[in-house]
Design a protein around this ligand. Structure first.
Ligand code: XIL
Length: 377
């Protein structure tokens, strides 16, 4: 290449680099921009996400990893802290993944939400097979002491008991209730407080805007309080749809839970755009239904009109959250992007759902921009 050619090539490079600096920013670059979800909502409430194993191990693209760190200031383990993963065999704890998860949160100065201590689902089979109350009580004591004790001082809050209620507000006849009675609820909170005295302790459940279940949760938390258990907050999971629950019911739950003197948080937010096989989908992970074309209407992408509806729904609920920011301490999404969302496989396996603020390529969706727009006025 002679001097003249070299000058032309350099000029083209300079021109292209200037274009890159001054040209309009593409939407894909938003995750590295200064204003992100956690910054926009800094004065209002924490913005969290649930992480799967690949995300905890760092087996993800740089873009996804940057997005997690830039957009969120709280993390929940989507699965790896559940008892079937942590104590698959009696007294044999597998803490490797949980150690990595907690380290990720500590290193990035995030509020770490530990999910969960006592839940009837995703139990190891050896616990499911217990028939004797002393043996189950032994599990309760040991599991909480070992798990909550290991991360003492590092965890922001524990989901101490998950999903102890039926949708009609009565106590679920789980293995814990059947063998230990309602005392297991009080014991779980007291044991958690003993193991990690400074962590916040929560009761967490789905369908918390259904009036009967809301009343049941209030009764449950009052019972815990009357029995001297420390309850710092109530988690409303928030596996919601485009129209249900109504804003009015969501607001009512926030107000009524808050009047118990506890923090309220949205702990597993996602909004499905897909039809439900049942009247009231809830989030019972043990239920499932058959796939079909009717049940999976958007396998190749979300039509623009539904994208707009989803964005409006997110905007409406965040507007409500902002109205009650004095009562809400955290809003956690159940996943980082649409590819990760458990709703692709529940309640029907193998569908394409579009539940979150970031799409399958980790690009912000219309819903993201609507949620951000509430803070730019
Ligand atoms: C879900 C996970 O997202 C899935 O990956 C797993 O297969 C089943 O559990 N309520 C809860 C969460 O409290 O732990 C559940 O998470 C969703 C419903």
């Amino acid at each position: 290449m002679n001097q003249k050619h070299l000058r032309i090539v350099l000029a083209i490079c300079l021109f292209l680099s200037l274009l890159n600096c001054n040209g309009p920013k593409k939407e894909t670059e938003i995750s590295t921009e200064k204003i992100t979800l956690k910054k926009a909502y800094k004065e209002d409430f924490l913005i969290g996400t649930a992480l799967n194993s690949a995300q905890i191990n760092g087996n993800i693209s740089e873009k996804e990893s940057a997005l997690i760190k830039n957009q969120f200031n709280s993390i929940t383990a989507e699965n790896i802290m559940k008892s079937m993963h942590i104590q698959p065999t009696r007294d044999q704890f597998t803490f490797d993944m949980a150690d990595k998860f907690v380290k990720l949160g500590v290193d990035n100065n995030m509020f770490i939400l530990a999910h969960n201590l006592i839940w009837h689902s995703q139990l190891p089979s050896w616990v499911n097979n217990i028939k004797d109350s002393n043996e189950l009580n032994q599990f309760l004591q040991n599991h909480i002491a070992q798990l909550a004790g290991r991360y003492k001082g590092k965890i922001g809050g524990w989901d101490v008991v998950n999903e102890a209620l039926n949708d009609d507000g009565t106590l679920r006849k789980s293995i814990f209730y059947n063998l230990l009675g309602e005392q297991y609820l009080v014991d779980a909170f007291k044991l958690a407080e003993k193991a990690d005295p400074n962590a916040e302790l929560y009761y967490n459940d789905y369908s918390m805007c259904v009036p009967a279940k809301r009343d049941g949760a209030i009764k449950l938390v009052k019972m815990l309080q009357e029995n001297g258990a420390k309850v710092d907050g109530i988690g409303m999971q928030g596996h919601w749809g485009l129209t249900r629950p109504t804003l009015k019911e969501i607001e009512r739950s926030i107000l009524e839970f808050s009047s118990l003197g506890v923090k309220v948080m949205i702990t597993e937010l996602d909004i499905t755009v897909l039809p439900s096989p049942w009247e009231n989908a809830g989030a019972d992970v043990n239920k499932s239904a058959e796939n079909s074309d009717r049940m999976n209407p958007y396998p190749d992408g979300l039509p623009e009109e539904i994208q707009i509806q989803l964005a409006q729904r997110y905007k409406d609920i965040f507007k409500l959250f902002l109205k009650h920011k004095d009562k809400l301490s955290r809003v956690t999404f159940w996943g980082v992007n649409d590819a990760q969302s458990w709703k692709n496989n529940w309640p029907v396996e193998g569908r394409s759902d579009y539940t979150l603020l970031f799409d399958r390529n980790n690009n912000p969706k219309k819903a993201y921009h609507e949620v951000m727009s509430l803070k730019s006025k």
